[in-house]
Design a protein around this ligand. Structure first.
Ligand code: PMP
Length: 420
């Protein structure tokens, strides 16, 4: 084994490969918040598969269910046929997640991944309202396929499409210009003045916390006001909870604390909890207007993902995980506060909600330097934000105090090294 010999990937894999460049190591094993490379070196994982591993790597409860299911020749693939694994998931999701929150949604399986949930939401909103445009926000990230990319507020990412994308309008996000601007009043101004070129949209799509956009946090009051605006203007509200959902902000849905009821909710990443591809589109019953065959896809029946997804819901039977996240969130904020004070050269601040936290480094390039130093010390972290100016902290939400403390110490050392 040589954990750094990656020549084969350079020869055989497309130039589009990306994370391999930031983490140039051959990984072989992972458990909970830890990963190991081919030489046996250990890494603390504060990246969590870009938010797809909220319950850690190879969570033992999920692993056992999955292995048992495979060994009893449970169905692995079934398009959208009825299977016992799918039935158990739908029932558990209804009983554990939707009913206690007084939420009434039909569950749709739009395809394997987050962008499939977003595409289905865009199609559905256009069909329900008979309008073609959708408002998204500055620095939003909704995926890489043409529809979701069209509403992604990142010029670099959009270059992948080669040509301009249409039918989307970007409005300033909640904390745009450090909350000095009344962004909703600004948006309403455009809606009133339809001579300005902003037609009444079918929907507004929101991330309650922008992950890829740089851990931008919308206040709960702003989220409620946005819902109110949508109701007054007869615009559908789509919450893209692909990254912020499944417990990342401390509650199962990221919009729960705001007390809103979106018309459509997009879920993916950590819904299977095991890194198995799975996505959900939650639809208010009155908007359930796709007929059979209007949104097909081969991989809408990943039963292995249903099995592990059902098992993850047990974490949400009471509020113990939420309480744990709230307590540990303070540990993260304390550590980031220390870094901000101790490392003036980074020109840093911190922001976040729950386990979606970021060290924002205003000194050019320093967030990337912090992540590089962290990796050399055995801590895996990624940057986000339009200029990669945010070092993103995404530990598993099930992490132990000891694991979290160790990762935070490595981060503090990495930041200090960049500051020196
Ligand atoms: N929406 C949000 C908010 C995301 O963060 C992402 C992925 N980073 C997506 C959609 C797209 O998901 P996927 O990469 O699984 O297509």
């Amino acid at each position: 084994h040589d954990a750094t010999d990656l020549g084969i990937f350079e020869t055989l894999e497309s130039e589009v490969r990306s994370y391999i460049r930031n983490f140039p190591i051959l990984f072989t094993k992972a458990k909970d918040h830890l990963m190991w490379d081919a030489d046996g070196n250990e890494y603390v994982d504060f990246f969590s598969g870009a938010g797809a591993l909220n319950y850690g790597h190879n969570n033992p409860d999920l692993q056992k269910k999955l292995v048992d299911y495979i060994l009893r020749d449970g169905i692995a693939h079934s398009l959208d046929m009825a299977t016992d694994a799918k039935k158990e998931f739908l029932e558990a999701f209804q009983d554990i997640i939707l009913k206690p929150r007084l939420l009434d949604y039909k569950v749709m399986f739009p395809g394997p991944t987050g962008t499939n949930a977003v595409e289905s939401a865009l199609k559905l909103a256009r069909k329900v309202k008979g309008r073609d445009s959708v408002i998204s926000f500055t620095n939003a990230y909704h995926g890489m396929t043409l529809g979701s990319l069209a509403i992604t507020g990142n010029a670099f990412k959009r270059t992948g499409a080669g040509l301009p994308l249409t039918n989307s309008v970007a409005m300033p996000y909640a904390n745009y210009l450090n909350e000095e601007m009344d962004t909703l009043a600004y948006m309403e101004h455009f809606l009133k003045d339809n001579g300005s070129g902003v037609d009444l949209p079918a929907a507004i799509i929101l991330e309650t916390v922008q992950g890829e956009g740089g851990i931008n946090v919308a206040s709960l009051a702003w989220i409620r006001d946005l819902e109110d605006l949508c109701r007054r203007w007869d615009i559908m509200l789509i919450v893209d909870d692909v990254q912020a959902g499944c417990g990342r902000t401390g509650t199962f849905f990221s919009f729960e604390e705001a007390g809103i009821t979106p018309d459509i909710v997009c879920i993916s990443k950590s819904i299977s909890g095991y890194g198995l591809p799975m996505a959900l589109t939650l639809i208010k019953p009155e908007h359930d207007v796709f007929g059979p065959g209007e949104h097909n896809g081969t991989f809408r029946g990943n039963n292995l993902a249903f099995v592990t997804a059902t098992e993850t819901l047990k974490f949400w039977q009471d509020d113990s995980l939420t309480k744990k996240i709230r307590a540990q969130e303070k540990m993260i904020e304390e550590s980031l506060g220390k870094i901000v004070q101790a490392c003036p050269k980074l020109k840093a601040e911190h922001r976040g909600r729950g386990f979606m936290q970021g060290l924002v480094c205003h000194a050019n390039g320093t967030a990337k330097d912090v992540c590089r130093e962290a990796f050399s010390r055995g801590l895996i972290m990624e940057t986000s934000g339009p200029n990669s100016e945010v070092a993103k902290l995404f530990p598993p939400i099930t992490i132990s105090d000891a694991g979290l403390k160790r990762g935070l110490e490595l981060l503090e050392q990495a930041a200090a090294a960049v500051n020196d």
